[in-house]
Write a protein that binds this ligand. Structure first.
Ligand code: 4AD
Ligand code: MG
Length: 466
């Protein structure tokens, strides 16, 4: 007999049918003559309640079933008398695939998120993480659906690169050279000509520059891929391996870029609330148990229906200065906005997302379009409550002379970027794009507070297990 998924059973309510289900036992209540088993197979948030009598085929093993056991059960679907579910199963035969013993780590009633991070290989078997990772799936699907509907083409930008596109020097080196025996010249410097690519190579920190090449040929493209940054920040919002979505649009200015970002975020929320209704409900239940503030769903719904606030960096600094709030870093024109500043704007001042534009040139990468004031660039960051920066983007500098002047000011090597400068030399045009951190989006929508809980196997400084 073919296995039926539990999600299918709750979809179809196939009363009186004999079906086979397979999954992991979420809980079990043993009595003298039967066991009451709650089974989940990951196909959806729902678990199936199964009454397993001792006198069925394989019934001599009923007593061995524990929370965590993997079982196959054949039985009849019946309308359920119990509240909370429409159907249940009355077992006719039982097979135990894999049992557990007392050392099974997930049996404690309240297992903390910290503990579950150390059990990242088992946490997909919990209610909460099943919900988070099914939502993550929905948000990925929503992304492809949104950009396809908007007329974009999906682009796979390279993962190995020879340029530091953000100029932040936070790159993981890629080499096949023997680290114990590096080829060196007379000055003691490593001879990268002898390395695999004949030059120094790294993992990408962004696919933007390559996306720009394709936007200026295919009009509208987006990437969705892994990104690597060796920044040494051990925070609840930073990973050294994360996923980023980077749309790039020919002929778009910063206003169109901000509008696209707004539509995309709203689309993600709407999709999550529709396709992930049960998952969101499970997470909200968990939040309640954790005594987290109520109103998360309401604030998401509100964001979906209202325009995003838009202010310049200069206005943001004024708001922060006038707030009368004691910040660890004093807000000062010219300095980066710190997380505490971003969170004040979103969580306290606007109580919603806010788009901050026109940052000081010094705060941002070399490729951003310079404003006429000679001080600021056409940058935008989209900040959201609970998270801070969700999106970073800009209109791109399309004037070759201005770009070269900025690269010289920053002391950048121009040779490796000859192809990027060619875009400004041949058929240049105004264009814009942004990058959305996928894990930050999953954090924002689920309300989870630590980025390590929304990626299957987090990579952070000094942590590369699993
Ligand atoms: O602001 P960032 O650095 O922008 C870029 O990489 C541009 N090339 C994007 C573009 O214009 N095409 O990164 C974009 C987003 C951030 O807003 C944040 O959401 C996420 O990527 N991000 C991280 N997420 C998790 N861990 C990290 N270490 C991250 N660094 C950036
Ligand atoms: Mg940024």
């Amino acid at each position: 007999m073919k296995r039926t998924s539990i999600s299918q059973i709750f979809n179809d309510s196939p009363i009186d049918q004999e079906l086979l289900v397979k999954g992991w036992v979420r809980s079990v209540r043993q009595s003298k003559t039967f066991a009451f088993v709650v089974l989940n197979d990951g196909s959806s948030q729902d678990s199936l309640q199964i009454i397993v009598d001792h006198n069925i085929e394989g019934g001599d093993q009923v007593g061995q079933i524990l929370m965590g056991s993997c079982v196959a059960i054949k039985g009849k679907i019946m309308a359920s008398q119990g509240k909370g579910q429409s159907v249940e199963m009355h077992a006719q035969s039982l097979e135990i695939y894999g049992n557990v013993n007392e050392s099974y780590p997930l049996q404690k009633k309240a297992t903390s998120l910290e503990f579950l991070r150390e059990q990242a290989h088992l946490r997909p078997r919990t209610n909460l993480f099943g919900a988070i990772f099914r939502l993550r799936h929905h948000l990925a699907q929503a992304t492809h659906e949104f950009f396809t509907k908007e007329g974009f083409y999906y682009l796979n930008s390279p993962i190995i690169t020879a340029v530091d596109a953000e100029g932040a020097g936070e790159m993981f080196q890629v080499t096949t050279m023997d680290l114990q025996n590096l080829p060196k010249d007379k000055k003691g410097e490593v001879i990268f000509e002898k390395d695999y690519y004949g030059k120094a190579a790294s993992l990408c920190v962004t696919g933007q520059l390559e996306a720009e090449c394709f936007a200026m040929g295919m009009g509208k493209v987006y990437t969705f891929g892994p990104t690597f940054r060796s920044e040494n920040s051990n925070t609840p919002r930073h990973l050294s391996e994360f996923w980023m979505i980077e749309p790039e649009v020919a002929f778009a200015d910063l206003e169109e870029n901000a509008d696209l970002a707004t539509r995309y975020i709203k689309y993600l929320i709407q999709y999550a609330l529709e396709k992930g209704e049960k998952e969101m409900a499970a997470i909200m239940q968990w939040r309640k148990w954790q005594k987290e503030p109520a109103g998360h769903m309401e604030s998401l719904k509100h964001v979906m229906d209202s325009p995003f606030e838009k202010i310049t960096y200069t206005q943001a600094i004024e708001i922060l200065k006038e707030s009368g709030k004691k910040f660890e870093f004093r807000p000062e024109w010219g300095a980066e906005l710190q997380t505490e500043h971003e969170r004040y704007l979103t969580d306290e001042h606007y109580k919603g997302p806010v788009i901050v534009t026109d940052y000081p040139m010094e705060c941002k990468a070399f490729y951003m379009k310079q404003n006429d004031d000679g001080k600021t660039v056409r940058a935008m960051d989209v900040l959201v409550p609970g998270v801070g920066e969700l999106i970073g983007g800009s209109q791109r500098e399309d004037n070759l002379d201005k770009m070269v002047a900025r690269m010289d000011q920053l002391g950048m090597q121009k040779e490796p970027l000859w192809w990027y400068m060619d875009l400004r030399k041949y058929g240049s045009c105004p264009h814009s794009g942004f990058g959305l951190g996928f894990e930050r989006a999953v954090m924002y929508i689920t309300g989870m507070k630590n980025i390590r809980d929304v990626i299957p196997f987090p990579r952070t400084p000094r942590n590369c297990d699993f």
